[in-house]
Design a protein around this ligand. Structure first.
Ligand code: G1P
Length: 293
């Protein structure tokens, strides 16, 4: 039986890798086809049965709250204009889950952002879903982790193999395989230098954690980049309670920088049931004229 749990979505970072685009708008609101990135994340949580979501926000992040609010005026315009599909695309957003917002007043890192949620989460296991990760999978990736947690009682993080040159951009795992896709984590290191990376198995941005993480976060000093890193607190949690990693089934799009965002847009647009065909035709046409492929 899956235990109902809350999810924390940290969405307070500056988004510096997207400047100037994110100077005044949150990177979590960047569009991917017709939805902002964070809507995919909230939809994944809702699809996993998570009904209570805490979004950690900060300055310049107010449009996130507005996006999930009801807009009676816009709904009535669409209703009166008989624009049902568009109406449907916005009218249920506020019902996806109970959304709560906690502001991180100072950007002290991912670990600190998660720590802000401690009072709301309480003494229960909970999910952490980064606000810039989109998954395409049959079973929501967060649900896969909830299933592992349900049968082991341990904290578990989603992991993915990453090409060599990209490993330095991730938290990296030293882990021993226990069974198909399941690993016992021995150590973790945040954004190691290539020669120091323990493997190519990386932290993929979705976690199911036990409440013990909060005490670990209290003991965690600023690390990589002068920020309180969740990865460093997870090392302490591992010592205390053990830690698992799950090589998830599905595909992950990391909207963490401009190349990642552009390729997610392209790939998802090409597969899109409404826009895919036209885009493919357009690309072929451009290639015929300009031979850019
Ligand atoms: C964060 C985590 C890192 C993880 C990554 C996944 O880093 O700190 O451990 O591998 O997300 O996307 P960020 O990308 O926010 O710098």
């Amino acid at each position: 039986m899956l235990v109902a749990m809350k999810a924390v979505i940290p969405a307070a970072g500056w988004g510096v890798r997207f400047l100037p685009l994110t100077k005044e708008q949150p990177k979590e609101m960047l569009p991917v086809i017709d939805k902002p990135v964070i809507q995919y994340v909230v939809e994944e949580a809702a699809a996993a049965g998570i009904g209570d979501i805490i979004i950690i926000t900060g300055r310049h992040k107010r449009t996130i709250e507005d996006h999930f609010d009801r807009s009676f005026e816009l709904e009535s315009i669409l209703r009166n204009g008989n624009r049902k599909a568009l109406l449907d695309s916005i009218s249920g957003l506020h019902e996806l889950a109970d959304l709560h917002y906690i502001r991180q007043h100072e950007q002290r890192g991912l670990g600190d952002a998660v720590y802000r949620a401690r009072h709301h989460v309480g003494n229960e296991p909970f999910a952490v879903m980064l606000g810039d990760t989109i998954h395409v999978s049959e079973v929501p990736v967060v649900k896969q982790l909830m299933q592992v947690h349900a049968r082991t009682g341990r904290a578990v993080i989603a992991a993915e193999r990453v090409p060599g040159e990209k490993v330095k951009d991730y938290g990296v795992l030293d882990a021993v395989r226990m069974e198909d896709r399941l690993y016992d984590v021995k150590d973790l290191v945040e954004k190691p230098r290539p020669e120091e990376a323990p493997s190519d198995l990386c932290i993929a941005g979705t976690y199911v954690l036990t409440p013990g993480i909060f005490e670990c976060l209290e003991r965690t000093e600023p690390g990589y980049n002068g920020e309180v890193q969740l990865t460093d607190a997870l090392r302490l949690l591992r010592e205390k309670e053990g830690l698992l990693a799950w090589e998830f089934v599905g595909k992950r799009y990391d909207i963490g920088d401009i190349p990642g965002w552009l390729s997610a847009q392209l790939e998802l647009a090409l597969k899109h049931p409404v826009y895919g065909e036209r885009l493919r035709e357009r690309i072929k046409e451009l290639d015929r004229k300009e031979h850019f492929l």
